[in-house]
Design a binder for this molecule. Structure first.
Ligand code: ZN
Length: 175
């Protein structure tokens, strides 16, 4: 299985602060497995261009992702993080799968089902919510026929654990 991993808001302290560490850990865990992958982390601040919106298509970061999509992949995993703020709809959860598009094919469902199971094993609270804004990386993946899932992670949690869970799910659903 070939997977594209993206972190469009990966600035290490201004935005989704857990996103980059999750991706880096995931890369280590997937190394030497049957899963091949390409990871794209945007380290620029979200204020200089939201890489998860249609307006940033055509930027170097989005072009790299689009090239990978053109070459083809079985799955795209879009990694995000959120602060445990009282105003957040994600408050109280460790992991939130954010749906914005009709899922395509069996993989996203299988991913979510397994993610739920693994999260439970690690005593993490997981929820499935509907996105209020368009998530353009996921949208573009679907345009290329690549099933995709966007996952939000609470910044209070350890990125190492989140990465272990995602690696476990990917290895388990490997096609
Ligand atoms: Zn984000």
């Amino acid at each position: 299985m070939h997977v594209i991993i993206t972190a469009p808001h990966g600035h290490p302290f201004l935005n989704d602060v857990v996103a980059t560490p999750i991706v880096r850990n995931l890369e280590k865990l997937l190394h030497n497995t049957d899963i091949t992958f390409e990871a794209f982390v945007n380290l620029e601040p979200r204020s200089s261009g939201d890489m998860n919106r249609p307006s940033t298509r055509g930027t170097p970061f989005r072009n790299l992702i689009e090239e990978a999509m053109k070459e083809g992949a079985d799955f795209l995993l879009d990694i995000h993080g959120f602060p445990d703020s009282t105003t957040s709809p994600f408050k109280g959860y460790d992991i939130v799968v954010l749906q914005s598009y009709k899922r395509q094919g069996p993989l996203p469902d299988l991913y979510c089902k397994n993610l739920k199971k693994y999260a439970k094993d690690y005593k993490l609270k997981i929820d499935l919510q509907t996105a209020s804004l368009e998530n353009d990386v996921v949208k573009q993946a679907y345009e290329y026929g690549i099933p995709a899932v966007l996952v939000e992670h609470n910044e209070l949690g350890p990125p190492e654990t989140y990465a272990i869970i995602h690696a476990g799910v990917l290895i388990n659903i490997n096609i």
